[in-house]
Design a protein around this ligand. Structure first.
Ligand code: MSP
Length: 652
């Protein structure tokens, strides 16, 4: 079907603050969104999956200052740098279609136009703001909204703040927003509706302060210099600017807006279910079809967050357990709308029980038996038995329920359905006892059908699990040599009849069992606070001034540097020491530097030591370096000085 005729599905994650590296809590929402996007693609939808980064605001400005770089350099590093946002999504196999950065020019220009449109409409007006400001959340609060005098979102201290500012007439839309929340399925799960109405709408919606003058890192209000647009306005409209709203750089608004669903964490439901629809109402734009507020991934009962210092590193987990196992765990274990407590035990248990025992074993037993009894080739023929119809009926029921649950964003329930099928298939092996059937020629046709039923159950389960574990499911389908057209979602009907044939291959175990005790110990070791940096003890012996002054320290430039053959320690330096005659120094630092990275550097050498022979070569002096031990590991840094210092310059 051509793309234009296919049904559209637009799904988004929140755009992440690039204020520090992301953790497994951030990955949770993105994995859920990716799984839904993959599921919809399998169903034949033309999907647009948007994610990105929310790069403006005072917090970023402050952090950049702390780091001594510009805000743009700061966010570039966290978004594009090593183990940054893009790297993490690559690691987690996130199949986003678009990535927006709120510092992208087209977005900035669009936000300026949008702000002006609401201003021209009279929905944004100028006033003065006095209130309480929570810096980390970039949120203003009224006194009555504070909880114990602290930010109601994050529990941190708030500051008094007063400034001339623009306001959005949120109060004007209170009734329409309430109606939207109470009388439609706009916000789910339903429990979040009560929270919004009781905590925010019933006490009375105040107009919202939507500009700031206390910092500059934001979208400037172009008709009033000094003001920058409130970061949440800038952020929320990303869902539309990424499709070309108020800009020429992007397209897709007509096909994809309104969004089918915004997945968001529970603490930002307020912005998405009250402020966002109110602004769209102001601009008379269609509202997104749904906002789904998922729970938090907690760690020891508290929200995982950098500031609480309890973050779990997805890189470590993915490396040890595999990306698919990690993706699976996140969605299998915690119901999407509720909070979940992350523990390593839970992760390992889920992998061992569901993936190693139930799924992995079923696949390996089936392909091994196919190999043993039929040399991997299941030909036309067979003989149906009593249990087959029951297995088939169950499979069909599972498929129907799975879709119902996926369409309601209930990932863990959808997975329970798949595991109902896998458990049934494992039980079917125990009931049909293929090893007994294999003993007699007469029961071989029955054995053939049993194996076909097992292959079919695995094929179906692998299709249904593909959105969750794309790489592993492809491997499973490869082991069964399932042709491409039988891997698609439209091929999800149960068909293990007489005419079916299979050709299966034995492969390495997909999900090896993890030794819980050993693994927990190793993880604990990895997460242990690092032992402090150790420095050499200070010398108790003093040196008299005249003796010290005899040491001749000079700036030297590295003309050449090579490894010394048969030595894994030594580097041989040819140095310009300003005398016109190159100086040779040998240094035992090969473990710390590659020769090529030192060529051209300006180093410090003590040059009046008596020459020494090392590995048969003469060393005339010593290079100065700093040595310390970090977490048990010896570290060495050659002293490097500014290149404008000429060779031979005396140091003292
Ligand atoms: N920039 C805003 C979103 C703007 S959307 C127009 C923001 N960014 S964030 O980086 O702080 O959070 C992004 C998402 O990650 C939020 O939905 C948040 O709930 C989610 N999570 C952050 N920590 C989380 C957990 N520990 N568990 C689950 N989700 C978590 O908010």
């Amino acid at each position: 079907m051509c793309t234009e005729c296919r049904k559209k599905f637009y799904i988004t994650t929140p755009i992440y603050y690039p204020s520090s590296n992301l953790h497994i809590g951030h990955a949770y929402c993105t994995v859920a969104t990716d799984t839904m996007a993959r599921y919809k693609r399998l169903q034949g939808y033309d999907v647009c999956f948007l994610t990105g980064t929310d790069e403006h605001g005072q917090k970023i400005e402050d952090k950049a200052k702390e780091a001594g770089v510009t805000p743009q350099q700061f966010v570039d590093n966290i978004v594009l740098g090593e183990k940054g946002v893009l790297d993490l999504w690559k690691l987690m196999n996130i199949s986003y279609d678009r990535f927006i950065r709120t510092t992208d020019d087209y977005h900035v220009e669009a936000i300026q136009k949008i702000f002006k449109m609401m201003y021209d409409k009279g929905d944004i007006y100028k006033g003065e703001y006095a209130g309480k400001y929570c810096k980390p959340c970039e949120s203003f609060w009224t006194e009555s909204q504070l909880v114990d005098g602290k930010c109601p979102d994050c529990g941190r201290e708030v500051q008094d703040a007063k400034e001339e500012a623009y306001f959005f007439r949120l109060s004007k839309y209170a009734d329409r927003v309430r109606d939207l929340l109470e009388n439609t399925d706009f916000l789910e799960p339903k429990s979040r509706v009560n929270e919004m109405v009781n905590n925010f709408i019933k006490p009375g919606l105040n107009d919202l302060c939507v500009s700031r003058t206390s910092f500059t890192w934001g979208v400037p209000v172009d008709f009033d210099p000094g003001h920058v647009v409130y970061v949440w306005i800038d952020a929320l409209f990303n869902y539309m600017t990424a499709l070309g709203f108020q800009n020429q750089a992007k397209t897709g608004l007509e096909e994809f807006w309104p969004a089918d669903v915004h997945f968001v964490g529970k603490e930002i439901v307020r912005f998405h279910s009250i402020i966002w629809p109110a602004m769209l109402m102001s601009l008379e734009l269609p509202l997104p079809k749904k906002v789904y507020g998922h729970g938090w991934l907690n760690f020891n009962g508290e929200k995982m967050s950098k500031s609480r210092g309890n973050v779990v590193d997805p890189y470590i987990l993915a490396e040890r357990f595999g990306v698919d196992a990690l993706r699976f765990f996140l969605l299998r274990t915690f119901p999407f709308g509720a909070d979940g407590n992350f523990t390593n035990e839970l992760l390992i248990n889920t992998i061992n029980i569901d993936l190693a025992n139930t799924l992995g074993n079923l696949v390996s037993r089936t392909v091994a038996m196919n190999q043993k009894y039929f040399a991997g080739q299941l030909a036309v023929g067979g003989e149906n038995g009593a249990l087959d119809a029951e297995v088939k009926a169950l499979a069909e029921d599972v498929i129907a329920n799975y879709e119902k649950q996926m369409d309601a964003y209930q990932f863990s329930n959808a997975l329970s359905e798949v595991f109902r099928l896998l458990d049934r298939a494992n039980k079917y092996i125990d009931e049909t006892t293929p090893w007994v059937l294999a003993k007699s020629e007469e029961t071989m046709p029955r054995l053939l059908t049993v194996m076909k039923n097992l292959c079919e159950c695995i094929r179906l389960a692998a299709i249904l699990l593909t959105p969750f574990m794309p790489t592993s499911c492809e491997k499973i389908l490869d082991l069964l040599n399932v042709p491409a057209d039988a891997r698609s979602f439209s091929a999800r009907c149960y068909c293990a009849d007489e005419n079916a044939t299979w050709n299966t291959t034995v492969g390495a175990p997909l999900f090896p069992r993890i030794d819980m005790e050993k693994e927990l110990k190793e993880l604990e070791e990895l997460n242990k606070p690092k032992s402090p940096i150790e420095i050499e003890p200070y010398s108790q012996e003093s040196v008299d001034f005249d003796t010290f002054c005899k040491s001749d320290f000079r700036a030297v430039k590295v003309l050449d540097c090579q490894n010394v053959k048969k030595s894994d320690k030594l580097l041989q330096f040819t140095l310009d020491d300003g005398t016109g005659t190159p100086r040779q120094i040998l240094s035992g630092i090969a473990k710390f530097y590659k020769p090529e990275e030192l060529i051209g550097k300006t180093l410090v050498a003590i040059v009046n030591l008596p020459p020494r022979k090392m590995m048969g070569r003469e060393s005339c002096g010593m290079l100065i370096s700093a040595i310390h031990t970090d977490n048990g590991e010896e570290k060495l840094n050659l002293l490097m000085i500014a290149d404008e210092i000429p060779a031979g310059a005396k140091l003292g």
